[in-house]
Each structure stands twice: as C-alpha cells, then as structure tokens.
Design a binder for this molecule. Structure first.
Ligand code: NAD
Length: 489
C-alpha cells in the first residue's frame, strides 16, 4: 500500500482511481458493495481522488470477530511484548513521515507544515504508551493490619475507536496506541471524509507484524458503519472523538449496555481572555494562532476572544493587521475539509452579515466554490453574546472579539457557553492565572500559550465537551477494568 500510495502520489492527477480497502485480520479486504463506495475529495481542488468503502453491519461484524479472537491472546501478552510492537509501529511511521504528511495534507486540506506536526505527534503517541506501560505499578495497602488490599487491572476487551476529520492520524493513533498498549484489541473507524492516513496505517501494522486481528480498520460513515460498531455487544468500550450531537447519540444507543466503557471527547467553543497587563504583540500572536491554526478546525481553537477594555482598541487593530499579514489561504491557512462544512461556515458568515457584525478581516466566500474550499480568516466584532455565532461551534477560520471590564465579567463571559473544552488566559499576573484559571469551566486551560501537550496530563472537557479523560493513567482507566482484592492476613 505504501509503495502503491507513493506511486499514485507521484502521478497524482485527481483521477479518482484510488480505492481504499478495509483491514481485517491483517489482510486487506475489498468492499463487498463497491457501488456504495464514498468519494473523497482533495479540499484544495474540490476534485475526488479516492473511493472509500461504506462498510456494512456485516463487514463491521467480521472485523469485530477478528478482534474478539485476537483479544484472547493479545490480552495475555507481556507488557514488554506489546511495548516492542508499539515501538516498531512508531519507527515505521517515522520512516514514512513525509508520505503520511503529504497524504494528510491532500486529504484534509491542511497545510503540509501542519500535517508534519501531526505525524510527529502520532509517532509520539506510540512511543509514549510503549514506555508508559513499562513503568506503571499499583500499590498494595494494609487495612488495620487485618487485610491486604490491592488493585488489579485487566484489559477491557474489544474497543471501537472512532475519530473525526480534523486531525485524522493524530487523533486515531491517540486511541489506537493506548488501546493496544493496555492489552485491548481494536476496530477503528476514521472519518469518512479523511480516511487516507488510516489506510496507510494499515500497511504499517502489517509490516510491524502485529498479530492478526489486534487492530482492524473499517471505513465508512457514521450512520451505517459507526452506528453498527458502537452498538455491537462484542464492543466492550468506545473511545470517540467528534461532535457533541454524535456523542449524545452514542450515549443513547449504548444506554442499556451499562458495562460498556465510554470515553467521549466532544466539541468546544473556547474563550481566549486577554488582560490589560499583557504585552499586546505577544497576546496577538498567541490569540491568532489559537484562532486560526489548521483553519480553525481544531476542537481546542479559541474562537471567542475577550479583551479588557483599556487595551481593546490597540488589541483589535494589531490583531487584524497581524492576521491579515500572517494568516492567508495557501500560506498558513489550508482549505476547509468538505463542501458541507464550507457551506456551514458560510452560513454563519451570512448570519453575521444579517446581524450587522463588523468584518474586520475576511468576507463571505463564494456560494459555489469550484477551485478549492478556501475561506480567508474572518475577524468579527459587534456580535451579541446571545448570537448563534458566539454560542455554537463554527469549527472554521472565524473569530469574534468582544470587550470586558473586570475579572469577574471575564470569567462570566468565558463560562457563558454550553461547551467547556479549553480556554486561553493571557496575563502576566501570577495570582490572576490561578484565580481566573481555577474558575473557568473547561478541561484544559492554557496560560500564555496554546496547544502545549504533555501526554500524561488529563485531556478532555467539562459540560457538553465530553465524558471522561484520556492521556497517561487516564487512558489506562478507559482501557482497563479495575478490581480491588481484599486478602485477610
Ligand atoms: P462527527 O461527530 O460528525 O463524526 C466523528 C466520527 O463519528 C466520524 O468518524 C463519523 O463517521 C462518526 N459517526 C458519526 N455518527 C456516528 C454514529 N451515529 N455512531 C458512531 N459513529 C458516528 O464529528 P466531525 O464532524 O467528524 O468532527 C468535528 C467535531 O469533532 C467537532 O465538534 C470537534 O470539536 C470535535 N473534536 C473534538 C475533539 C476533542 O478532543 N474533544 C478533537 C477533535 C475534534
């Protein structure tokens, strides 16, 4: 596959001739209903370049059977063995780093520079969990000198790993690596919009000689493939990253399967708070990066900027100039992922016009894009706090700027949203970092920085942004069952 993909890449002519296959039991399996295959497009040209199988419930079932059989032996392998496999996978992705990055950029629309960062993070995911499992222990305790108690952990079973389209390889490997490391087996499903990097990953697993069935990848959409996967009784846990609506549906569809482990990483509408004690230039750089990296298509993007009134005018003019100079389509900004997503972003910009918001940069893009799904970064002011533009996740290159007077008001505005994934705090005042930071209703708070990640820290959201945390020992909680043993002494 890697060679074929490379050859295809060289002759890449948007001909639509690449056909993806599922990966089940370490073999590539052609779609049983090729006429149902989905087209996937290059967002930078709007041209289809590959066909993605729409896997049926029975194809999903075959993959689940393979994972169920593999679990019997994989769950009993030593952590050293699992660690070596994960190291090998990391090494093989490393050797094909550029190929992954180029395909991710073609498939998702992101810039090549951004794609390279994400491939490196995918490699880190495997490296991190390959060593994490070698160094974790549980402690035994004596209770009143009468009983010894200890915690015993065992892998949960087969997991459904479902990921979105914004950081395809990085987010899928953030699930696959801990799942395998902790002794579970997987049936993974990438987004139907961005399946290429998962397809390349199948070849990596085959080359790493992972035992058959330990990781299986099925392609397809949410309604057919994803729903069949989530609901199956063979699936003992679901690790899902995607939209809040889908997360709600997964909770509902699995409500009677109380034993099923659920980890849900959902949407965000994250605030950036700029206090008057900061240096404007640095605040502008951080706020702009948080707003527009990956075209604003990162769940952690800061799409609501609130600035303290005394520096509001300075910030707004410097921010607009900085964005105009540094964030241009084809430069630091890629194309947005799909036509429906382009139209969704566009509809919010039409609403901004109706609501008489001020466009300080960017404008409403053409209704019928022919030459790529490009949207120049949009900076809006004059948007009401009750507007859908302020309340709903747009997930594109659109940011609003508004004013606050006091610290209390800043906290209130930041928390005035049903989501609670992340926030950025820009201030030099150490006491304020804590005072404000500890009151923000979000799982991740970045102070004077953005997107800094340490893979052991808990990752996840409050409120509508999700259930549970992943990362280091939090991922261990997702993928293992805990039993406590009490032994009288
Ligand atoms: P989505 O919810 O539409 O799809 C995500 C995945 O779920 C896809 O693979 C899709 O095919 C699948 N799916 C859809 N319906 C399903 C169903 N009924 N059962 C099972 N699977 C189903 O989300 P999206 O549009 O691909 O991604 C964008 C969203 O993801 C945004 O809301 C963004 O904030 C969120 N996101 C969150 C995080 C996080 O870590 N919290 C990270 C990245 C993206």
């Amino acid at each position: 596959t890697l060679e074929k993909a490379e050859a295809f890449l060289k002759s890449h002519n948007d001909s639509g001739s690449l056909v993806l296959q599922n990966f089940v039991g370490n073999t590539f399996v052609s779609s049983s209903q090729p006429t149902h295959d989905l087209n996937t497009i290059n967002p930078k040209t709007c041209k289809p370049f590959a066909k993605v199988p729409l896997s049926s419930a029975s194809e999903v079932e075959q993959a689940l059977q393979a994972a169920t059989i593999a679990f019997k032996t994989w769950s009993k392998t030593t952590r050293e063995t699992r660690s070596k496999y994960l190291q090998r996978v990391a090494q093989l992705i490393q050797e094909n780093r550029e190929l992954f990055a180029i395909w991710e950029s073609i498939d998702q629309g992101k810039t090549l520079a951004r794609a390279r960062i994400e491939v490196d993070r995918a490699i880190s995911n495997f490296k991190y969990f390959s060593t994490f499992i070698l160094h974790t222990q549980t402690a035994a305790r004596m209770v009143d000198n009468v009983a010894l108690t200890y915690e015993h952990r065992s892998p949960v079973g087969v997991f459904a790993l479902i990921s979105p389209w914004n950081m395809p390889l990085y987010l899928l490997t953030w699930k696959i690596a801990p799942c395998l490391a902790f002794g579970c087996t997987a049936v993974a499903k990438p987004s139907e919009l961005t399946s290429m990097s998962a397809f390349l990953l199948c070849e990596i697993f085959q080359r790493a000689e992972l035992p058959s069935g330990v990781v299986n990848i099925v392609f397809g959409d949410g309604a057919t493939t994803g729903a069949a996967l989530v609901r199956s009784p063979l699936v003992k846990g679901v690790s899902f990253t995607g939209g809040t609506e889908t997360g709600v549906r997964i909770r509902r569809e699995t409500a009677d399967q109380v034993w099923k482990h659920l980890s849900l990483e959902l949407g965000g509408k994250n605030p950036t708070l700029v206090f008057e004690d900061v240096e404007v230039g640095r605040a502008v750089e951080t706020a702009a990066m948080a707003a527009f990296e990956n075209q604003g298509e990162i769940c952690l993007c800061g799409s609501r900027i609130y600035v303290q009134s005394s520096m509001y005018d300075d910030f707004v003019s410097e921010f607009t100039a900085y964005v105009t100079a540094n964030y241009r389509c084809g430069g630091r900004v890629g194309a947005v992922v799909s036509v429906p997503h382009y139209q969704k972003i566009r509809s919010y910009l039409e609403l901004a016009e109706v609501e008489k918001a001020t466009f300080l940069s960017g404008s409403i893009p053409p209704a019928n894009p022919q030459e790529g799904l490009w949207i120049e970064p949009v900076v809006l002011t004059g948007v009401s706090t009750s507007s859908r533009i302020m309340r709903e996740e747009i997930f594109g290159p659109v940011v609003t700027i508004a004013k606050f007077e006091t610290e209390e008001e800043a906290i209130e505005l930041a928390n005035d949203n049903p989501n609670g994934l992340a926030a950025v705090l820009l201030t030099k005042d150490g006491a304020r970092m804590r005072r404000v930071g500890e009151q923000i209703e979000a799982g991740l708070i970045w102070v004077n920085c953005w997107l800094v990640r340490e893979l052991g820290t808990p990752f996840g959201g409050m409120k509508n942004s999700g259930t549970g945390r992943e990362g280091g020992e939090y991922s261990r909680d997702v993928f293992t069952n805990v039993r406590t043993l009490h032994i009288p002494m």
